[in-house]
Ligand binder design. Structure first.
Ligand code: GLA
Length: 399
């Protein structure tokens, strides 16, 4: 069922519009966003769809195809953090933060559908926030810039839901362009589009959902964040972004803090290195992807050994993908579960899938899920008459 059909079935009548917001993968720069560093995400073709219509009165009604409960009713007046829990806290938080920022949110009915796998480290939560934010502001005719909307959606997650995430995921969902990765400087919030079209160069991007569920609210993510802040405090700098020389990390006497800082400094540099490679590709384009792949694998080892956020299924996936001919592979997102991104020569997509599937079967793990990842469009409104039901296993949301 599409979100527009769900809307009709649950609320009666047609929605005023349907808004899509994509999940994201991150090419490079992990756990760098909340350290004021660089990130290089791209939008996925998988989206959250929000079919929405204005209603009279200051209430939101929310339902989701992935949450087969009755619609959740939320009063906008008197809304405060802690009042709404579970999945509805994300859209409710967006409404609350919009009002905190001085925007009057209209009463609305919203039906949600998704083809972004939840708990796979692909930012389904940020996509839900961004789809809601765009729907509510466009329904109300409010002019809010995309960077401001990303900041509002992030605050919804930090302050209303209570997850201390950075700005990468919401920025990716709202700012990315097809065929590009987004270089975001998380200190200045300046961004630029970096051409990134592996398919045109005979390479492929494979996302492998390891099915180990990832949850940012379990405490480990917040602990890493606190460790980075402590490292910066001990070094007497505002954030780890201020370190550009790996040798400076050695001034930290605590071995754990030293490892955390080393990852952040090295990953910031890797973002700039990947941008350099993409911006002036070598004449033999395969060499460019070979070099990017090497950086991906280095980043994985850094996340595994220095930042200690990898998990067994991710390590086995990276190992099997490399053995089967991938240019490189790494875990993406916050860690402790979720997905791996592999950069592969186009002809090796099949062998890499087979090798990873085999590695999982050998260990009696639940079979992984494979998704093709193509750098796609940011959040946008879709014309209702163009909305089509996506066949199962396809790559754009049933809007
Ligand atoms: C999660 C957070 C992001 C970012 C990544 C790690 O996806 O939501 O802000 O910190 O983890 O890079």
């Amino acid at each position: 069922m599409r979100s527009a059909d769900l809307f009709r079935a649950r609320f009666g009548g047609a929605p005023d519009g349907v808004w899509l917001a994509p999940g994201r993968a991150n090419l490079m720069g992990e756990h760098t966003d909340y350290n004021d560093g660089y990130v290089l995400p791209f939008a996925l073709g998988q989206n959250i769809a929000a079919a929405a219509a204005r209603r009279t009165g200051r209430r939101l009604a929310l339902c989701s195809r992935q949450q087969p409960t009755a619609a959740v009713e939320i009063a906008l007046d008197g809304l405060a953090p802690g009042q709404v829990t579970g999945w509805a806290a994300y859209p409710a938080g967006v409404a609350w933060e919009l009002e905190q920022a001085g925007y009057q949110v209209p009463g609305a009915r919203i039906a949600i559908d998704s083809d972004v796998p939840a708990g796979a480290g692909l930012s389904s939560s940020a996509a839900l926030e961004c789809a809601t934010a765009l729907a509510l502001t466009e329904l109300a005719g409010l002019a809010v810039s995309r960077p401001e909307l990303a900041a509002i959606a992030r605050r919804a997650e930090n302050e209303f839901v209570g997850v201390p995430s950075g700005i990468m995921d919401q920025s990716a969902s709202l700012l990315c362009q097809p065929g590009h990765a987004l270089l975001l400087d998380c200190r200045s919030l300046e961004s630029s589009q970096v051409p990134f079209d592996p398919a045109a160069a005979g390479a492929g991007l494979l996302l492998i959902n390891t099915r180990a569920k990832h949850d940012l609210s379990d405490g480990e993510y917040g602990r890493r964040r606190a460790e980075c802040e402590e490292a910066a405090r001990r070094l007497g700098i505002p954030s780890l972004r201020s370190l550009t020389n790996l040798a400076d990390v050695d001034r930290l006497t605590d071995p754990v803090l030293r490892r955390r800082a080393r990852h952040v400094v090295a990953d910031n540099q890797r973002v700039l290195d990947v941008v350099g490679l993409l911006s002036s590709p070598s004449a033999a384009v395969a060499d460019t992807y070979h070099d990017i792949g090497r950086l991906l694998t280095q980043a994985h080892l850094s996340l595994r050994d220095d930042f200690e956020v990898s998990w067994p299924e991710a390590d086995a996936t990276v190992e099997a993908a490399l053995a089967a001919g991938a240019f490189g592979a790494r875990m993406i997102g916050g860690g402790f579960g979720g997905s791996v991104l592999a950069l592969v020569p186009a002809a090796f997509g099949g062998p890499v899938r087979d090798a990873v599937t085999g590695a999982f079967a050998q260990r009696s793990w639940t079979a992984p899920e494979f998704l093709d990842a193509a750098p796609s469009a940011s959040a946008h409104r879709v014309a209702l008459q163009l909305v089509r039901l996506r066949p199962t296993g396809g790559s754009s949301a049933g809007a």
